[in-house]
Design a protein around this ligand. Structure first.
Ligand SMILES: [Zn+2]
Ligand SMILES: [Zn+2]
Length: 317
């Protein structure tokens, strides 16, 4: 093949006078690492993020929202590896083979960790799987799904006594959604764009311990340590917009390496505090208790209870 490609050597091994091939080269850090040193680097980075943002302490129970995909599976795995008390929680959305395979991967990882995941079945809890439910509300399948998931994460976390819920959002997710929301001046969203949201108004603390890691780094780690995950993406999801902004962010990163990280973390440091002072005005007003289920809701009856009612009356949109 014309050009000779030589794999870079692990820089940490090199310092010790050893020659070991690297498994990853991270351009933005100008760092090539072997399997052993990359695993060490990755885990240290997660630990640092948890400490830096005061996400949770080793004595707190953490509920990890797992979807079966690489990010949330890796999160559940690495938190346990680091000695945290993290349990997995999966919502079976009932989206055919996609949900089946996702559930299998969650159970597989549960076996590896010696932990039984909590599983909520949407059909049982709300009355129908997502492909049916989405016909009963306005909005995209993703927005309906997001609201239903948030409702159940909050509810289950409280019922089971977890004050912290962790999600697998990575640096690519966070930087590209920041870009999209800035371009659209979505202030309400920007006021909540932080890797830790405090416990408030009946909601658990929300944390994102993988925000300093890219998709590529997470996938490399998952494959090296053998975290099971599904590569499928949800067949209902309209991800064109999401992919557009991720691609755009990647283009900017290729133009000036390190931009992705700087863009997001400088926002957290310099701009977020300003939005945060406006939070009360920007984020929806008073919450009340839903008259039917008692969950916090901006209206008398919450989104999920209204959905159940419509489902019973077969009021589709
Ligand atoms: Zn090494
Ligand atoms: Zn309700």
């Amino acid at each position: 093949m014309g050009r000779k490609f030589k794999k870079k050597l692990c820089q940490i091994c090199k310092q010790k006078g050893l020659r070991k091939e690297s498994v990853i080269y991270m351009k933005e850090h100008r760092l090539a690492l072997c399997k052993e040193h990359f695993i060490e680097w990755f885990e240290k980075r997660v630990k640092e993020t948890i400490k830096e943002f005061k996400m949770f302490s080793p004595s707190e129970k953490v509920l990890v929202a797992v979807s079966g995909g690489k990010d949330s599976q890796t999160l559940w795995y690495v938190l346990n590896k680091l000695g945290y008390n993290a349990d997995g929680f999966f919502i079976n959305l009932g989206i055919g083979d996609y949900s089946e395979e996702s559930l299998q991967k969650v159970k597989e990882l549960g076996k590896i960790l010696g932990k039984e995941p909590y599983i909520v079945d949407l059909k049982e809890k709300v009355g129908a799987p997502l492909p049916v439910l989405k016909n009963f509300v306005l909005g995209t399948a993703c927005s309906v799904c997001g609201r239903i998931k948030r409702y159940h994460f909050n509810k289950i976390a409280r019922e089971l006594g977890y004050r912290v819920v962790a999600t697998g959002h990575n640096l690519d997710d966070e930087s590209s959604s920041l870009l999209a929301n800035l371009i659209n001046w979505n202030l309400k969203y920007l006021a909540r764009k932080y890797p830790v949201l405090p416990e408030e108004k009946g909601f658990p603390r929300k944390v994102k311990p993988l925000v300093k890691l890219t998709e590529e780094q997470i996938k490399t780690y998952a494959d090296l340590v053998g975290v099971p995950y599904t590569n499928r993406s949800c067949p209902l999801g309209d991800t064109a917009n999401l992919h557009f902004y991720k691609h755009l962010m990647e283009e900017i990163e290729n133009h000036a390496r390190g931009t992705k990280y700087r863009f997001y973390f400088e926002f957290l440091k310099k701009v977020f505090p300003i939005f945060n002072t406006l939070k009360e005005e920007l984020v929806e007003g008073e919450l009340q208790k839903c008259k039917i289920c008692g969950e916090p809701s901006p209206s008398e009856i919450c989104f999920v209870c209204r959905l159940k009612e419509r489902l019973q009356k077969k009021e589709t949109h």
